[in-house]
Design a protein around this ligand. Structure first.
Ligand code: ADP
Ligand code: MG
Length: 257
């Protein structure tokens, strides 16, 4: 474990874990969607989650900012336990940024406003400061010149970079990505992945649901494979891709590689 984390990529071994899941179970009615999921993520660590459609990947990361509730087990984010305590949920959401498959930008707001308004509404940040920060992060994702446009005027790749900038404007300590490139045309995947690589190199703690193997090999400290609601394999990317242990992982990888 320590050897793995110590393998590099800016993982801090000194601070307490960013995320702890301990035997987390969740049901949708009678259907069990998460089964005894346990996972500890160090500050600065990058986890890639893959697995077949319907295996619970989205549910897992949505539980991490309480977009979904779990029914048993424990989830801690930056030391705060997620339960029915609304103040705890609010605190955790302040620290956790999320990027979805379908961008989820506000279509009627400019790019600048998409990035500035959440800061103003959720934080009470003065408008001038919020806009300045928005411009900083739009520059970091390399589209400051698009600030006055509306989402519909941008390509999918540009919109996803805005969604990343918008999340970063809230100064999160953890970033969750749910298949951020799977709705994009192939030529736009690279620009979004490059933005995510840069974020990883800056030391962000990241959990990324993706089947982009190149990204996983380059960035991930660990790759996790989910099947039917359970984590069935977890390993360093080279071992995970070159010598998968679980038959279900093997079958899955043989289909997508
Ligand atoms: P993945 O992201 O790996 O494709 P999901 O977490 O989206 O998987 O879904 C896992 C399973 O839970 C799927 O079988 C899905 O149909 C089911 N599911 C997801 N959301 C709900 C919901 N709100 N109500 C009932 N079932 C759901
Ligand atoms: Mg999903």
């Amino acid at each position: 474990m320590a050897g793995n984390a110590g393998a590099g990529k800016g993982v801090s071994l000194m601070s307490s874990p960013a995320i702890i899941l301990d035997k987390v179970n969740k049901w949708y009615g009678a259907f069990q969607v998460l089964r005894d999921v346990s996972l500890t993520v160090a500050a600065g660590e990058k986890i890639v989650v893959c697995g077949p459609s319907g295996s619970g990947k989205s549910t897992l990361i949505r539980c991490l900012n309480r977009l979904e509730e779990h029914q048993s087990g424990q989830i801690r984010v930056n030391g705060i336990e997620l339960n029915d305590d609304l103040r705890a949920i609010e605190k955790v959401r302040r620290d956790v940024g999320m990027v979805f498959q379908h961008f989820n930008l506000f279509p009627h707001l400019s790019i600048l406003e998409n990035c500035a308004l959440p800061q103003i509404l959720a934080r009470g940040t003065p408008r001038k400061e919020a806009e300045a920060r928005a411009m900083d992060f739009l520059a970091r994702v390399r589209i400051p010149e698009q600030a006055q446009k509306f989402p519909g005027q941008l390509s999918g790749g540009q919109q996803q970079r805005v969604a990343i900038a918008r999340a970063l404007c809230m100064t999160p300590q953890v970033m969750l990505f749910d298949e951020p490139t799977s709705a994009l045309d192939p030529e736009m995947v690279k620009e979004v992945l490059e933005t995510m690589v840069a974020l990883a190199e800056d030391g962000m703690t990241m959990i990324v649901v993706t089947h982009e193997m190149g990204f996983a090999r380059r960035v991930a400290d660990r790759v996790i494979f989910m099947d039917r609601g359970a984590i069935v394999e977890s390993n360093r990317p080279d071992a995970f891709f070159d010598a998968p242990q679980n038959p279900r992982t093997q079958a899955f990888l043989s289909q997508i590689v």
